[in-house]
Write a protein that binds this ligand. Sequence first.
Ligand SMILES: Cc1ncc(COP(=O)(O)O)c(C=O)c1O
Length: 479
Amino acid sequence: MTTHESSSAAAAATPVVVPAAPVTDWADFSFETRQVHAGEYPDRNSGLRVPPIALSAGYVFDSFDDQIDRFAGRALWHGGGLTRGDGAEPEVVNELLPGEPAPIYSRQGNPTNAVAEERLASLEGGTAAVAVSSGQAAISSALFAIAQHGDHIVSTASIYGGTRILFGRSFKRFGIEVDYVWDADDDAEWDRAIRPNTKAIYTETIPNPRNDVTDLRRIAAVAARHHLPLIVDNTVGTPALIRPIEHGASIVVHSTTKFLTGHGAAVGGAIVDGGTFDWDAAERAGRSFPLVTAAPRPGLASLLDRFGPVAYARAVREAVVNDIGPSLSPFNGFLLHQGMETLSLRMERHVASSLQIAAWLEEQPEVDTVDYAGLPSHPLFDIAKRDYAGRTGSVFGVTVRGGIDGARAFVNGLRVFSRMTGIGDTRSMVIHPLSSTHASFTPEVSERLGITPGLLRLSVGLESADDLIRDLRSALDRV
Ligand SMILES: Cc1ncc(COP(=O)(O)O)c(C=O)c1O
């Protein structure tokens, strides 16, 4: 027998085993699996395992008609154009959520960002997501898709200072008014604030900086009663701790700069469409959301009629982000989808350290108060336990004795905590809100928000909690 004959005999004996098709729909998998895989696409040309950074401003259309389909928003993105190299038709191996249109130009969509978008939509339990250049861009884009000059928004009072500034300055200049509800448990206060031209209710899950957790179901009931979408900033909570859509939110926004990207390296933001808001019913009740429900031109059906549960995401992408242009760099999109792979692990550690540190701080004689809702002594502990499983993130307030002088001495004594703006990093950080994020507020507003001279905001990172406690202790020695 020749060598040639023996090898072909062996080949004939080898059973043909067709490898199982890769998973392309991760919906039935657990959170931990989805944070690693959702949105990824296997690139059969190169075998790349990690979705690459697609640094391309534009995209080649397969044909004249593909261009028409893409501009009509009909073509779905298909995993980076997986042509098999043998001239065969591109194979659709990863039909993304229906909210992911095939890209035309990177201002409107990008394959790297699409991985992050699908992953985040999956983790939040939404139908689609749109990645943008910052958290502020996410909040603006989310609201510009439903509110315009002459419209009105009602927000809870305890929100990130930058959002309050955005509402009070730019939104005001654009003719969109924002009113605040101070007691979110008071239905009558909501009813007084909401007007015929109100377009949305806005809140945060775990407000920055005071950790005064929100009873989302209660606010969602108000929103439902008034046929309004509820927009929730889940930056501090993250979907690893709470998923607002499960509690009645219609739309979720993020500063992905924080925990989602996770390492303090890239500014970004995202809007998630819950796919749950009944735009038609709201219109019948007298609200109007023309970007979603009206025909953009005679003869063309509305986004709602064409795209159903992802119509709002389409409005954000096509009618706001593509027009105004706060697109996410694919480089930052890469850091975002990679950061999300370890989200739940990092959040576990952030929360465990925060609980340990908050409980320890509460015992220190130099500390007046600790604003961490996961502590049994906190007035919102019951909500923290019921809706957040007691895990209220790692951004919280601590008030040291001695007012601003005590705060100054404490901050200057820290050596491991960085004095800086920012939260949700691997590194621990401290800031004095009254003289930074809230510096432009009137004394009355600051006082009402509990932003006192001695209040400091901590963002607990991933260092050892014992090392952080040592650092805090030596700083408290100076107070
Ligand atoms: C809760 C919250 N929302 C939005 C933002 C704004 O995000 P960005 O800085 O990415 O624009 C921040 C920033 O700190 C924040 O804490």
